[in-house]
Design a protein. Structure first.
Length: 205
């Protein structure tokens, strides 16, 4: 926790709630799921476009009118969206990280303390932001320069790197889930239970 930040918030007349934040629900997890969804859709649709000769007969059988370029369009706009949202995801994450009060006497199922988990999660967030932005730039060059006249708009190397990043997201997301579920960071109910309070009474509307 950053005491100076808390003092600054108090000077502005902003009080921290039961979840340790100046707002009712953490923003970071919501942005995280939006980033994940957009990136997963981007890679999935690029795979669909690349494998279009194989899945086209299936689409035709179900009378689904779609062209190969439609898949690549969806992939492009989703990865651009993921790149933009990731900046908000990381910003909200670091703000909420500064206000966190993790327990010091607990270990996660991975055998890591809360401090180490927070450090890895923070570094991983910056790494993923960098990778997503780099993938967006790479995707843009393929779309508008290198392969604009190629029916297969993306390279296989791009798709494989995308799958690798999905693996990093899985590990990174698990660390984030451990912070909330196991250490109770900004998890209002878990925090209250750890303090010996009854969430049903404290959180009455």
């Amino acid at each position: 926790m950053n005491p100076q930040l808390i003092d600054q918030l108090k000077q502005l007349g902003i009080e921290l709630g039961a979840n340790g934040l100046p707002y009712r629900f953490p923003l970071h997890p919501n942005f995280v799921h939006l980033t994940l969804g957009l990136f997963i859709i981007a890679i999935a649709f690029d795979f669909a476009g690349t494998l279009f000769p194989l899945d086209h007969p299936i689409l035709k059988f179900f009378s689904i009118p779609v062209s190969r370029f439609n898949f690549f369009d969806v992939a492009w706009y989703n990865i651009v969206g993921a790149s933009v949202i990731s900046f908000f995801t990381v910003t909200a994450g670091f703000f909420e990280l500064l206000l966190a009060e993790p327990p010091t006497d607990m270990k996660s199922v991975w055998g890591l303390g809360a401090g180490t988990t927070m450090l890895l999660h923070g570094v991983g967030g910056v790494l993923l932001l960098t990778l997503i932005v780099a993938m967006t730039i790479w995707r843009g060059y393929q779309r508008f320069r290198w392969r604009k006249n190629n029916p297969q708009q993306v390279q296989w190397s791009y798709l494989l790197v995308g799958v690798f990043i999905l693996g990093i997201m899985f590990v990174h997301g698990t660390l984030g889930a451990q912070l909330g579920a196991e250490f109770g960071v900004h998890n209002t109910a878990a925090g209250l239970i750890r303090q010996g309070a009854n969430p049903n009474q404290v959180l009455q509307p």
